[in-house]
Every structure is written in structure tokens, then in C-alpha cells.
Design a protein around this ligand. Structure first.
Ligand SMILES: [Fe+2]
Length: 358
């Protein structure tokens, strides 16, 4: 299994039976998602916790935001996949909000739990089996999800100042190969093209593998946030990057230690990227009206920051218990109808000062 032609990371997987034995290929009619521009251009808030979605890890995905680099979806998984799935159009990055379970892959079984990030390299065949209802934020990239270069030394090893360590990344656990033969469904997707493959050999018939291309998990509780004397902007909290997108995790941490520091972010405009935050847990003190499962989209060039009163309320606070994850995109994000259906349309007015009471 090789990537970028034969020029990037690859792995050798040792199958008991040929992985090529294809009994049938038929169409997979995936519902198309309609995206519309963020027009009028403004900041938005989506209450995704209110969406009523259920199904397996693929069928319960609902796209919310997307562009030609990445699609962001929410999934509420309440049952195992009865088939395998393979996305050959780019890497997938799952963030598990709640729930636990296992992802079965030819590399072995990858156990997951809440607050895991899971990287599934393009071409990974998998089947997600929840042990408990699982709510996930799904990022489908059209490229490679990787650890930011600034965290790596010239040999690829994580630098000592990186906010995580190689030991924090979990790989699939070996499982004895399943050499059964029969008819195994593998749903394959690549951008706008989809197919259902029926394979003669079970995909998880691998006796061993080696290489640099494999699924792995990282729990944001292991993330060691970099804090400072004054406010550290989001790149200090970077976890991953993919073409046209940057990912960050905001986890419980001490606030800035300058005696006059304002502990929460300043108002700002990020003029050339769209900023998306998914709120996981804790007290989101810089954002009014936000709840667990909320997503805010701060559109490129649109000023935003703490709502009125939040700065004053933060003074003297020494730490935060909030957990949130972020994705910034450098191309404008489009809105899917599922996002529009759960939008809080008044969010862009949430920075208005309450009139003084007399
Ligand atoms: Fe921002």
C-alpha cells in the first residue's frame, strides 16, 4: 500500500489470500450533498447537538461544511457497519466526542475512546464497531493528514518542544488473520465516485505488516498544551495539518501568567482563513450561547472574539477546563443543508453590548 504514487510513505501487508479477488462491482448510490456559499458572508453558529441522526459510521455522516480540500461532517453512530469501507480520495481524521469502540482494519484492531483523534490514511479498509453510542466529528481531506513540520526534526522524530510524544500515538493491535472466503462487501469512495465491491477474501487476513503508512489514534487528553506569559494564538495548539487546513486542540490548561494578562483571546480578524471550532466540553467562557456540540464558523476577514462581558469575567481566572477542537481552512468553506438546518441565525449579533439598565 503506497501513497503519492510510489514517492511517499508506504506499508507492506502480508495477506493470507490475494486481496485482488473481486467477485462483483456495482454502483453505490451515495446521496449527493448540496453546498451553498457562506453568503451573505458572516459568522455562524450551528447547534449540531440538536441533529437527530443515527446509523452506522458511514451512513450517519452528515456533511456540514466543505470545500475542495476538506469536508467536515458529524456522525452519531449507534450500530456497527455491516460492511467494510475504504476512502481512496484522501485521509480521514475522526474526532470522537463521546463513545468508545473498535475500528477493524487489515492492520489490526484500533480501539477508540472519547476525545480520540483517529487518522485513517487514504486507502485504509475499515469497519467501525461501536461499544457505546459514538458521536464523531469527521474530516475527509483530499490529501494527507500529518503532524505539523514544526514539531519534527530533520529525521522526522518529534522535537522535544512538541506538545505530544511518539508514545502518545496508538497503533492497531495485532489480531489473528481471518482467512475465511465468501462474499465480503467493501464500499469504496473517491471524491464523487463510489462503488460497492464484493470480495472473495476477508479484508482482515493479514498475518503482519511493516511500514510508515498505518492508522493511528491520539487522545487529546495526552496533549501537553503550550502556555505563555501572554495569550498564545491557535498555532501554539496545532495537532495536525492537511492540504489547505490546520487542526488545533484546546484542552484544560493554565492561563497566561503575566499579572496584567487578560486570560481569554483578543478580538481579531483572520483575514485569509475560515475558522471552525467544535465545542466538546467545559465552560466556554469566551462564547455566549455556545453549548456542547456547537460549531462556530468565523468567516475570513470577519472580526470576532469574546462577547461583551467575557473579558471582565475572565480577569483573575488562572485556568480553564474547556475542551474544543478547531479546523482552519484557507479556502472558503461552503455550507451544507444540514448545517443550515441547525443554525442559530442570531449568532452574528451576539457581540452587541446589552443596553445599560436604568
Ligand atoms: Fe479566531
Amino acid at each position: 500500500m503506497s501513497t503519492k504514487g510510489f514517492d511517499s510513505v508506504y506499508s507492506l501487508l502480508y495477506h493470507v489470500n490475494p486481496p485482488t479477488a473481486t467477485l462483483e462491482v456495482r454502483p453505490w448510490e451515495r446521496p449527493a450533498v448540496t453546498f451553498v456559499p457562506n453568503d451573505p458572508l458572516r459568522n455562524r453558529h450551528f447547534r449540531t447537538g440538536s441533529l437527530e441522526i443515527a446509523g452506522d459510521a458511514i451512513e450517519s455522516r452528515r456533511a456540514l461544511l466543505g470545500n475542495s480540500d476538506v469536508t467536515v461532517s458529524i456522525a452519531n453512530v449507534d450500530r456497527p457497519m455491516e460492511y467494510f469501507y475504504r476512502n481512496t480520495g484522501g485521509d480521514e481524521l475522526l474526532f470522537v466526542h463521546t463513545g468508545a469502540g473498535t475500528i477493524e482494519t487489515p492492520f489490526g484492531d484500533l480501539a477508540y475512546r472519547e476525545r480520540d483523534y483517529i487518522v485513517l490514511p487514504t486507502g485504509t479498509t475499515y469497519r467501525l464497531v461501536p461499544a457505546s453510542p459514538t458521536r464523531m466529528l469527521v474530516h475527509e481531506s483530499t490529501g494527507t493528514v500529518r503532524i505539523p513540520k514544526k514539531y519534527r526534526n530533520e529525521y522526522g522524530q518529534l522535537e522535544e518542544h512538541a506538545p505530544y510524544y511518539e508514545r502518545d500515538f496508538r497503533v492497531p493491535a495485532f489480531r489473528a488473520p481471518n482467512a475465511a472466503q465468501g462474499a465480503y462487501e467493501v464500499r469504496v469512495t473517491n471524491g464523487d465516485r463510489h462503488a460497492v465491491y464484493v470480495m472473495q477474501n476477508h479484508p482482515c487476513d493479514v498475518v503482519g505488516w511493516d511500514g510508515y503508512c498505518y492508522p493511528y489514534a491520539f487522545n487529546v487528553d495526552e496533549f501537553a498544551p503550550i502556555t505563555g506569559k501572554l495569550h498564545m494564538p491557535p498555532p501554539a495548539h496545532a495537532t495536525f495539518e492537511s492540504p489547505g487546513a490546520a487542526y488545533c486542540a484546546f484542552v484544560p490548561r493554565l492561563f497566561d501568567y503575566h499579572p496584567l494578562a487578560v486570560p481569554i483571546p483578543y478580538n481579531h480578524s483572520s483575514v485569509d482563513c475560515d475558522e471552525v471550532i467544535y465545542y466538546v466540553s467545559g465552560n466556554f467562557m469566551s462564547r455566549r450561547g455556545i453549548e456542547e456540540g456547537s460549531i462556530t464558523l468565523h468567516a475570513s476577514g470577519t472580526p470576532h472574539g469574546p462577547q461583551p462581558g467575557a473579558v471582565e469575567a475572565s480577569l483573575g481566572k488562572t485556568s480553564t477546563d474547556e475542551v474544543a477542537v478547531m479546523i482552519d481552512t484557507f479556502k472558503p468553506l461552503l455550507l451544507a443543508e444540514t448545517a443550515i438546518a441547525c443554525e442559530d441565525p442570531s449568532y452574528y449579533r451576539s457581540w452587541i453590548e446589552e443596553p445599560a439598565r436604568t
